[in-house]
Design a protein around this ligand. Structure first.
Ligand code: ATP
Ligand code: MG
Length: 355
């Protein structure tokens, strides 16, 4: 099975991390230059990988005064499975996770693929700008297909990165806080924007990925933490379940705990998780455990995670008590994204002389 590992990062990941550092400087200097678009598939509750990979950045960017749009990628649920599950309830849980993490529904736009027809229509011209060979080379799509076992590649699975280009460009997003698995998709979005402009005249800006300090958190089995792989610690899990999940996390046989992502990915991932929760340096967190071994490491990480998530979990329970919040937030967000995407499609059709 292909797995996305914590390290070593390849060249493109290294470049994206360096670019993210430049972007941080630009964000601090000139936040009004940016509009954020990012999103998640409604395939299950958000987990610690989301929190440290993208969600904390979404909240921070919102607090910097940047317009933030968050997509609920409902059409993408069926890329790697046959049915949508209990979609209304999954969407509600997904939004509660984000509101509890600090996204303010007065300032952040939440919307769904299925509610924004113009976004989906952009897929047609965009598909004409990429070759099948390019799509088949996408390493994330390959890894995700592998994770499904023996499923054949569907047309939607192969082309969903093009759909993501439509997500981003339809609403004019130019900053995309994502995990490392999304880098090939962002590169494709940039290619599509560039090729569209070459063919039809200046229309799109090329968006940038913004990576966090934890662009690829691993799950309890040592592969990318994912909603769909049964290896995640969900933000909404209770403290006992969090402890039980972390107790069975993969480690290694060396007693002294250290932070060496390339040589010891599983142990280093736990160290990073504890350090992020405590706001500490990973080396210092590892030194704090020293030669007390994996059990002590897991106990310390459990305590750090539960402590860090306590306010979020409390807010989440309060928000969940009001069933009116999520439908209202989505209705407002869908309407706003719809307006933005309609305007983009109109520009696209003008550029293509189709109006
Ligand atoms: P699924 O298994 O259904 O694909 P997922 O856990 O991969 O779910 P997505 O909805 O596909 O989650 O991804 C949403 C966002 O979260 C993306 O920006 C992705 O890069 C980021 N993300 C997901 N998992 C991780 C992780 N383990 N570490 C860092 N970022 C992550
Ligand atoms: Mg995914």
């Amino acid at each position: 099975m292909t797995t996305l590992s914590l390290a070593p990062a390849d060249d493109s990941a290294g470049r994206a991390q360096a670019r993210s550092a430049e972007l941080e400087t630009e964000i601090a200097r000139c936040p009004e230059r940016f509009r954020v678009l990012t999103g998640d598939r409604p395939t299950g509750p958000l987990h610690l990988g989301h929190l440290f990979g993208t969600l904390a950045n979404r909240v921070r960017l919102q607090q910097a005064g940047i317009e933030v749009l968050v997509l609920v990628a409902d059409y993408q649920v069926i890329t790697d499975r046959d049915d949508l599950g209990d979609l209304p309830s999954t969407v509600t849980e997904l939004l509660l996770d984000q509101l509890a993490a600090g996204l303010d529904p007065e300032r952040t736009t939440f919307f769904r693929h299925s509610a924004v027809p113009a976004l989906n229509q952009l897929l047609l011209p965009f598909l004409s700008l990429v070759s099948v060979a390019e799509l088949q080379r996408n390493p994330t799509v390959k890894a995700e297909l592998d994770a499904t076992g023996q499923r054949p590649m569907s047309g939607l699975m192969l082309t969903y990165p093009v759909h993501q280009a439509a997500d981003i460009l339809s609403v004019g997003g130019n900053l995309v806080p994502v995990g490392r698995d999304q880098l090939p998709h962002l590169e494709l979005t940039r290619t599509i924007a560039r090729r569209f402009d070459q063919r039809y005249g200046p229309t799109f800006a090329e968006p940038d990925a913004l990576l966090s300090e934890a662009p690829l958190l691993l799950g309890t089995d040592g592969t990318k933490m994912s909603k769909s792989r049964g290896n995640a610690i969900a933000l909404r899990d209770d403290e006992d379940r969090t402890a039980a999940l972390l107790r069975r996390a993969t480690t290694d046989a060396e007693r002294t705990i250290s932070y060496e992502p390339a040589r010891r990915p599983a142990v280093s991932n736990l160290v990073l998780l504890g350090a992020l929760c405590r706001g500490e340096d990973p080396q210092a967190f590892a030194a704090g455990i020293g030669d007390r071994g994996a059990a002590a490491l897991k106990a310390a990480v459990t305590e750090a995670v539960n402590e860090h998530l306590r306010p979020l979990r409390r807010r989440r329970a309060e928000l969940a008590a009001d069933p009116g919040i999520v439908p209202e937030v989505l209705a407002r967000g869908n309407a706003h994204a719809d307006e933005l995407a309609d305007a983009t499609l109109a520009r696209v059709r003008t550029a293509m002389q189709m109006d």
